[in-house]
Design a protein around this ligand. Structure first.
Ligand SMILES: Nc1nc2c(c(=O)[nH]1)N[C@H]1C(S)=C(S)[C@@H](COP(=O)(O)OP(=O)(O)OC[C@H]3O[C@@H](n4cnc5c(=O)[nH]c(N)nc54)[C@H](O)[C@@H]3O)O[C@H]1N2
Ligand SMILES: Nc1nc2c(c(=O)[nH]1)N[C@H]1C(S)=C(S)[C@@H](COP(=O)(O)OP(=O)(O)OC[C@H]3O[C@@H](n4cnc5c(=O)[nH]c(N)nc54)[C@H](O)[C@@H]3O)O[C@H]1N2
Ligand code: SF4
Ligand SMILES: [Mo]
Length: 884
């Protein structure tokens, strides 16, 4: 059976078809060609969704203090705990911390329970860490959190400016749509504004490697330039906006002349001017922005400085033009629709507005309504730390890893009286601190809607039965609500009923004043809901086709219906580098992992691309820090420290280092980068400054390095430092240690195989600290251990491939301790194409030998890049390197 659903990862919101192969008990995943967001495309993460299903690693039963209990006991315990704490300390002593990975229906119930029934706005979401600056910027400029643009606009644009967005890795299908449009219309221009030279630069005509945090200077300078050169939409500015004069004055004063802007941004004047001219000359321009903009102590101002330039030129609400906030999580947008942030109400209404509060309370028929905004994420965990908030329910997010100053977050949860966590997976860092664990239904089991970056509402549909005792999040909350005595308001039988209520609220007392209106869906039948085709809000009437583009008429959602130019005086990030902490720590994502890896970390296909946490830095900065490529190093900030391997990829500018966000306690001994990040937030949005923390780097001396590949995951591992990833039928551990290099006994103990037929092939030279051993049982490889005082270990690829073999033949056996066939250079190298397992060495060799020029040449022979296409930017880089 084929079920149409939506990918649970990024905000592109790709349509997916899940096809059950009942004979083999597997699920085949493919892109939905009928879905207007992706037209059949999927990236590497979407393609590997099938590998993340299954019961392995799932949280299947409720627990209280580590003991399995019945669902009823767990739910009653949560309800009683919340009730008691509210009775003793008031409603503000409890909180919910939720996520842009909830479905809209879950999110709606969470918000209703807290703001309408418990009567506190202490519900915040990980979208605070992600979209809140964009939300605040939209509200300041437009009066409402509206994204005017749709994906088609990217294809219609003549210039796309990607600001603080590594689109190639984080929104790969959008990137492919842009790349294809550019291929068809080579005159289309792309500018990337990012301190790093990311894979996204592969399609750029111009890269501006701006100094971290300098975007407001850049866009204020642009505003002044546009004005000076007469690129002003006078009529639009006069009839549809206000505040232009003041903004221009501030932009001019603060930005100064071009040279000053260039200095502030750390780029040369010529490049700056080239960008300004390009912007001026292309009326169809989209400025798409993501976390390099939002995650900053000036995040909201960055957003408004971008919007100001679009307002000045009237390039908004037109085909191929507008500011475009790309959403991170699959339902970042849906969460905003239901008012999931602590400072919002529901259906895009404002918590500070008494008439909105009355409207929502009337609609909900709720006993009370929160009177003021609640605690934003960072403040919320501070309040938990301080004992002011005494109970918290964390849902679909892993704050011990993902919040800034994350060691303090850990401590806060340790101190908290009642910590409830609902997750689909066991073993997360946050689960470890829960008093109550509730098993949540996962992707493929749950049913509801999500809204993507272009306001498109799509269905996530179940195609599998619920695992164990797992239940949808909305169901868990309704059960707790009822047990707290809120009988009315939470008697839903299914997601459809919740959706109808949500849609009805969006149109309730609206009269065209609020853009978010999906009243046209408020009466759809259960079958219509099940069959709902992807549709963009607003959908104000029944049978309405949806709205691809907003703000076309120049009517905005402020009281006077004019957009506001928001003054944005530039300011530097909160903490500066100094002699003690000379580098700026920038953090972000890699191509094949999703956040804290609870799902993607289980997919072997996704783990081979970048198998270890790393510290990317400029080669000269590495030298100044006395560390070198391939060696372990320690990064320290005022807040915390981690250890990872140094890499000098050539992508980093001088002065800044980059560490990926994904690794955590479940996958590495010491690589939670959240612990290092300063907890400073944007004063308007409350979004943390994840991209800018002063840091120092130093060698992490070890006496030995090694790796273990093993069919059976290790129960314990005696090493100073380790990281783990999932391979096909094995786990791979990279290890390093202090003290004496491991002995034969250590290796035997590590693999813990007490098999009578165990057959060790090994070599040990204690004097030089070398050990290599492979364990065979019935001629099948069970594991291998390689240790050396240096990092000169053999490639893991050949050894990894042995785990798929039923028997190891004589030739393989002879090559075991070499880590590969002697003499032959068959090591494919680091993985580039994870779909077909094609490595960098294979690619480089074949490109050089055959003098291939295009990705098509590569694809025809090696298949690399022909499935999901996520590796195409890397393949193009290799082709360029080979030519140049
Ligand atoms: N593979 C993958 N894809 C994902 C995710 C994932 O975990 N993995 N997560 C999803 C989510 S929730 C999100 S929010 C998005 C994030 O998507 P992106 O925002 O594209 O990703 P990031 O890597 O966080 O950061 C983007 C870029 O901002 C740059 N940057 C840092 N400081 C500055 C600055 O001061 N100015 C400018 N202009 N740029 C700066 C960084 O160098 C980085 O390359 O990705 C989504 N997609
Ligand atoms: N240093 C640094 N930190 C960052 C960022 C950064 O750029 N740098 N980016 C920030 C951003 S933009 C984001 S979005 C956050 C993301 O950070 P998190 O939200 O903490 O990351 P995830 O790993 O996605 O956590 C989701 C959890 O929910 C579980 N889950 C999945 N589906 C469901 C479900 O349906 N129900 C329930 N109950 N559980 C589910 C998953 O197993 C997982 O444990 O990280 C933020 N933290
Ligand atoms: S781009 Fe990739 S991760 Fe994002 S929705 Fe599409 S398939 Fe999923
Ligand atoms: Mo995000």
């Amino acid at each position: 059976m084929n079920i149409r659903t939506t990918c649970p990862y990024c905000g592109v919101g790709c349509g997916v078809i899940a096809q059950a192969d009942t004979d083999r008990g597997t699920i085949k995943i493919s892109g939905d060609t009928a879905h207007p967001s992706n037209y059949g495309r999927l990236c590497s993460k979407g393609s590997a969704l099938g590998q993340t299903l299954g019961a392995d690693g799932r949280l299947l039963h409720p627990e209280i203090n580590g003991q399995r209990v019945s669902m009823d006991a767990a739910l009653s315990h949560v309800a009683a705990g919340f009730k008691r704490i509210i009775a003793e300390h008031g409603p503000d002593a409890v909180a919910l911390y939720v996520s842009g990975q909830l479905l809209t229906e879950d999110y709606y119930v969470a918000n209703k329970l807290m703001k309408g029934f418990i009567g506190t706005a202490n519900i915040d979401t990980n979208s605070r860490l992600c979209m809140s600056s964009a939300v605040a910027g939209h509200k300041r400029a437009f009066g409402e959190d509206v994204v005017p643009v749709c994906y088609e606009d990217l294809e219609l644009a003549d210039l796309i400016v990607l600001v603080g967005s590594n689109t190639a890795w984080c929104h790969p299908v959008l990137f492919q749509r842009i790349a294809q449009a550019k291929q068809q219309r080579p005159e289309m221009k792309i500018v990337v504004v990012d301190p790093r030279r990311t894979m996204t630069c592969e399609i750029a005509d111009l890269h501006l490697p701006v100094r971290s945090g300098s975007d407001v200077w850049l866009f204020n300078g642009l505003l002044a330039y546009l004005h000076e050169h007469g690129h002003i939409a006078n009529d639009f500015v006069a009839s549809h906006t206000e505040g232009f004069e003041e903004v221009l004055r501030i932009a001019r004063d603060s930005a100064g002349d071009l040279k000053q802007v260039a200095t502030a941004c750390g780029i040369d004047t010529e490049r700056l001017l080239r960008f300004y001219r390009m912007f001026a000359d292309h009326p169809r321009v989209i400025t798409a922005f993501s976390m390099g903009v939002n995650q900053s102590s000036a995040g909201t101002d960055k957003v408004n400085s971008i919007i100001n330039c679009h307002l000045l030129t009237g390039r908004i609400g037109q085909p191929g033009a507008g500011p475009f906030s790309i959403t991170g999580q699959p339902n970042a947008m849906g969460g905003r629709e239901v008012g999931g942030l602590a400072n919002m109400l529901a259906a895009h209404m404002d918590i500070e507005d008494a008439s909105h509060r009355e409207l929502v309370q009337t609609f909900w028929r709720s006993p009370r309504i929160a009177e003021r905004g609640g605690l934003k994420a960072v403040d919320l965990f501070d309040a938990i730390h301080a004992g002011k908030v005494k109970a918290v329910w964390i849902m679909a997010t892993n704050p011990v890893v993902s919040l800034p100053d994350a060691d303090k977050v850990k401590e806060a949860l340790r101190r908290c009286e009642l910590v409830v966590v609902s997750d689909c997976f066991s073993g997360t860092d946050t689960n470890a601190l829960a008093h109550v664990l509730l098993p949540a239904a996962g992707w493929g089991e749950k049913d509801g809607t999500v809204t993507n970056s272009e306001r498109r509402i799509s269905r996530q549909r179940a195609f599998q039965p619920l695992s164990g005792e797992a239940r949808p999040d909305w169901w868990l909350m309704c059960e707790v609500a009822r047990r707290m005595g809120f009988d009315d308001g939470f008697n839903y039988d299914n997601a459809h009923e919740i959706f109808l209520e949500h849609a009805a609220l969006s149109t309730f007392g609206n009269d065209g004043e609020r853009a978010f209106d999906i009243g046209g869906l408020a009466k759809i039948t259960s079958t219509e809901y099940d069959d709902l085709a992807p549709i963009q809000w607003p959908v104000p009437e029944r049978n309405h086709p949806g709205t691809p583009r907003l703000l076309e008429s120049g009517r905005f959602y402020r009281r006077n219906h004019r957009a506001r130019f928001v003054p944005t005086a530039p300011r530097a990030p909160a903490h500066k580098a100094d002699a003690e902490f000379p580098w700026i720590l920038n953090t972000g994502r890699i191509r094949d992992q999703w956040h804290t890896m609870s799902r993607t970390g289980r997919a072997p296909q996704l783990s081979s691309h970048l198998p270890e946490p790393y510290i990317d830095m400029h080669a000269q900065d590495a030298l100044l820090s006395a560390v070198s490529d391939g060696q372990l190093a320690r990064v320290e900030t005022q807040w915390g420290a981690l250890v990872a391997r140094v890499k000098t990829s050539g992508e980093m500018p001088r002065g800044s280092i980059f560490v990926p966000i994904h690794w955590n306690g479940a996958f590495a001994s010491d690589a939670r980068v959240g612990a290092l990040v300063n907890p400073v937030v944007d004063p308007v949005s409350g979004e943390p400054e994840f991209k800018h923390t002063p840091a120092r780097v130093m060698p992490f001396p070890v006496n030995w390095h090694g790796f273990i590949l093993t069919r059976t995951p290790l129960a314990t591992l005696d090493a100073t430092w380790w990281t783990a990833i999932q391979g096909v039928q094995f786990m791979r551990y990279e290890i390093a240690g202090r003290g004496r290099p491991p002995s034969v006994e250590w290796a035997h103990q590590a693999l813990q195989v007490n098999h009578a037929d165990a057959d060790w092939v090994e070599f040990s030279d204690p004097a030089s600290g070398l050990y290599r051993g492979a364990l065979l049982v019935d001629e099948r490889i069970e594991g291998c251990v390689f240790i050396s005082p240096r990092t000169d270990l053999p490639s893991r690829t050949w050894l990894s491939n042995l785990f798929a073999k039923k028997r190891i033949g004589n030739a393989d056996r002879a090559s075991l301790l070499n880590g590969g066939p002697t003499g032959a250079s068959e090591d494919p190298g680091p993985m580039v194409c994870s779909c077909f397992g094609v490595g960098r060495n294979t690619l480089c060799k074949a490109i050089a030998q055959n003098q291939w020029k295009t990705p098509q040449d590569v694809g025809v022979k090696l298949k690399a890049g022909t499935n999901c296409g996520s590796c195409l930017p890397e393949i193009k880089t290799l082709l360029k390197q080979s030519l140049g």
